[in-house]
Design a protein around this ligand. Sequence first.
Ligand code: MLT
Length: 218
Amino acid sequence: MSPNANSGTETDAAALLAAWPHVYREGAAERPVLLMLHGTGGTEHDLLGLADALDPAAAVIAPRGRVTENGMNRWFRRLAEGVFDLEDVEVRADELVGFVTAARAQYGLGHRPVVAVGFSNGANVALATALRHPSTVARVIAFSGMHPLPGRDATAVLSGTSVLLLNGESDPMAPLPSVDALAAELEQRGARVRQVRRSGGHGVTEADVYAAQGWLAS
Ligand code: MLT
């Protein structure tokens, strides 16, 4: 092997990223890395405007969900609306950690903190990843998310984790009892949780974005 040849790990990271469609923007070195996770039927381009609104100088990594449901991109399988295939949620969350780890190595992100920002199905995979892998994803902004892993045994300590949950009060796709159960579990496991409730249903409002900007800057 020549002294300049890539190590196996570098080659693996490059191969994983080449096979996984995503957008990467470098951002300023002292800013965090925003991991932007689209909703069902979205693509890696959907949340780039939201990333700009949250922090125009941040690095951005926006991958595409690898599951398809009737031609729509998603992050994990579901059995019905709001009924998740929990084993697949876990597998896909673990896969996303592999993606983030590869991106960190490939793009030279060093120790820059990652903030996972997701909408709907993207919020749910962000939350699942934080619940399972707090050392990789310790900060989450979840727009219209819910508990992604109800009733699953999880033991990871979340004392370094901060989560912002933004929800509509009448959202059939992210029911408040599920959001409340998630908040309680996060807190019980040591996470700092901030909840923002507004009237209305599923979506990202201007007020949500304003609240998320403030949380991110704090
Ligand atoms: C999910 O499947 O993650 C939620 O029900 C939201 C959605 O419809 O994508």
